[in-house]
Write a protein that binds this ligand. Structure first.
Ligand SMILES: C[S@@+](CC[C@H](N)C(=O)[O-])C[C@H]1O[C@@H](n2cnc3c(N)ncnc32)[C@H](O)[C@@H]1O
Length: 297
């Protein structure tokens, strides 16, 4: 496993280079990806008037959902490493029309607490397993919460539970230039939190209690548009940056190849049904000492 500084630099480069794909497909990601966060929304149960943090908020869709759930007396703050995604989030949800919604660019692993802390609760959809140093990132989340503050998150389980996820990379790889380094062992990546015992260890080491991890199955329903679905999955994944740098003929070959690999999830005329196996994670900070307590040992 590479050292933390190397993983952090790799993470920053990856998200900076992949962000244009997330910005381009932001509406699609919000719509088709909604089931990926539904279990975390259920686990969080946002209440009117609360202030909620959205960790790894991407282009802000889930942060806007949280702001709607807490109403006019509450606030939702999204934090993300990728400046261009935060810029897109601000453009998609302008302050004039969304006064209770704020976005911050920051690396959750290297700040003491998210500006505006303490928050009542933290939400995160499909981000915690991507952190270079997940204990450091989750420690910042814990320090950003009030006493008795809640965390609810979703992450992917293993590759077997999410068999379509690798298709975009495998199908595109032969048609684009070099891909970024792929994760080895516990290095950050979509399946780095596959082992629930590791998730529990990370959260406990970060100072969280009341940790619960439950399996959750969802299906992502995408329209019957093979080229569009293939391009969306390529562009938000590890082949995204290389795909954007490839000539149109290579891009078309990459899309066809990915569409072939995804064919088993397609019902012609009805669309794609992509099965996703997640962990629904909930945890809380100490009800008395709160998020700012120091961890023993
Ligand atoms: C898989 S995307 C999920 C985005 C969004 N939550 C969603 O579900 O659409 C992971 C997000 O985490 C962000 N991210 C990765 N490492 C981060 C870090 N150390 N601090 C803050 N954000 C980070 C990335 O920039 C990216 O937007």
């Amino acid at each position: 496993m590479a050292d933390t500084a190397t993983l952090r630099a790799r993470n920053f480069a990856f998200w900076t280079q992949t962000a244009p794909g997330w910005v381009r497909h932001a509406d699609r990601q919000d719509e088709i990806g909604r089931p990926l966060g539904a279990a975390a929304m259920d686990g969080l149960r946002p209440r009117p008037g609360e202030r909620i943090l959205d960790v790894g908020c991407g282009c802000g869709g889930t942060t806007a959902e949280l702001a709607a759930a807490v109403g006019a007396g509450g606030e939702a703050v999204g934090v993300d490493l990728a400046e261009s995604m935060v810029t897109a989030a601000r453009e998609r949800f302008p302050r004039e029309r969304h006064p209770r919604l704020r976005f911050v660019t920051a690396d959750i692993e290297t700040i003491d607490a998210v500006p505006g802390a303490p928050f009542d609760a933290a939400f995160s959809r499909m981000t915690l397993m991507l952190l270079a140093d997940p204990v450091a990132g989750c420690t910042t989340i814990r320090r950003s919460l009030r006493p008795g503050g809640r965390l609810a998150a979703t992450v992917f389980r293993d590759g077997g539970a999410n068999p379509w996820l690798a298709a975009a990379m495998l199908g595109a790889a032969p048609h684009v230039r070099s891909l970024p380094p792929l994760p080895i062992g516990d290095e950050p990546g979509p399946f780095a939190f596959a082992d629930p015992a590791r998730v529990k260890r990370v959260l406990a080491a970060a100072g969280f209690g009341a940790i619960a991890i439950q399996p959750h199955e969802v299906t992502l329903d995408a329209p019957d548009e093979p080229g569009t679905v293939a391009e969306w999955l390529i562009e938000v994944g590890p082949a995204g940056a290389a795909y954007r740098a490839t000539a149109p003929s290579g891009q078309a070959s990459a899309r066809s190849s990915v569409a072939r690999l995804l064919a088993r999830y397609r019902t012609p005329g009805a669309g794609y049904h992509l099965p996703a196996g997640l962990w629904q994670i909930t945890a809380a900070t100490d009800p008395v000492r709160g998020g700012r307590r120091r961890r023993a040992g």
